[in-house]
Write a protein that binds this ligand. Sequence first.
Ligand code: FCB
Length: 460
Amino acid sequence: MVSTAIQHRYRKFPDGFVWGTATASYQIEGAVSEGGRGASIWDTFSRTPGKVVSGHTGDVACDHFHRYPEDVRRMADLGVQSYRFSLAWPRVYPEKGRKQREGFDFYKRLLDELHHYNIQPAVTIYHWDLPQWLEDAGGWSNREIVNHYLEFAEAAFLTLGDQVPLWITHNEPWCASMLGYGLGEHAPGLKDWRRAYRAAHHLLLSHGEAVRLFRQMGLGGDIGITLNLTPAYAASGDPADVEAASRQDIFANRWFLDPILTGRYPSAFIERLEKHIGPLDFVQDGDLRTISQPIDFLGVNFYSRSVVQHHADGSLLEVCHVQTGNKVTDMGWEVYPSALYDLLKRLQAAYTQVPLYITENGAASPDVVVGGQVHDSDRIEYLHAHLQAAHQFIEEGGDLRGYYVWSLLDNFEWSFGYTKRFGLVYVDYDSQVRIPKDSFYWYQRVIAENAVGRAAHENR
Ligand code: FCB
């Protein structure tokens, strides 16, 4: 019998709440030339001098391709009910006109292993490792890619469909389009805003087509999409700053939320956008109907917020980002958990009643091994504060079904290479030895208790 005092200290999550961890293929698998895998845009980008810190590549990464049994065992030990991972498209379509059925073999083995431990897979179809041959044909900025994506999605549904209860069409199309084709910080590394908005549109369109196909195929399970949502706050009450925050919000969030959930692009921004990139003639009749196919859930990746001021520089957005002086993670991202609560509330009030999942949340910290242990109290504090925000949302009636920590393992953090560590498990990249961090044991307790303490140390 648990005393009332103890019950009171804990914030219980609903029965059936899904606890998980997330990863992505290029960030952990390695084995880039095994099993007939072709090149991806991240192989090319990471080999281009100056694009990734210290010239790091995903060639070996966490060697998860070979070490997955150990990693799945570790997840079982952690106690997660679900594991979110992504499929490497170049394993299945290594080059133009060639499909390799064996490209799914690794994922079949992985699914069997997960099944053995009763861990439910949540599969992301696209998490940024586009086959290079497709990029050579224009990548996401060429509308043709929608058919190629559909072919890949169909093959995945057919091959793995009976074992996957949760499908995510895309991870963070904002990053794939804006960081990849606009800001040039991610593969393919282009700085062309017209192509970036075309890419965003085709990513969205391919999402809608995949949802439609999934329904037509009559597969069991749920399908949705994961967006990275970064709420924008005005640095002051000055109307110019408030307007700036609204533009930033459209750029970062609404350009994806609105078409998917309301079937429209934010009209307030279109005129401004067209002045900068030309007419949005790549949006064809019927596209928005496709994009706004009903989804079963919305995946939310949340890390931080932005605070902006108006900055009249004639650019598309005319905003400048302000540092608040609050604590930041090793990525330089402000720790601001109440923005997660505000965001979830807004999604449910303004957009949708579909269930929400937090498909990524986590923090980078410069972890070090001391006497065989990794003391990552900053990460514990971060996760704890965000779980409290999530809990408050649920307590007030919010439909949040699950939470996935980014990430299970330290891994290849895109343009930052291996210099940023997000894992619950430390990876020594030379030896491939894994060491569970303090946060791993903390999260294990949270899962076992299906609750967070009022203070982070109560789950230790
Ligand atoms: C997200 C990505 C994920 C990881 C985290 C830190 O934007 O989806 O792959 O890099 O950020």
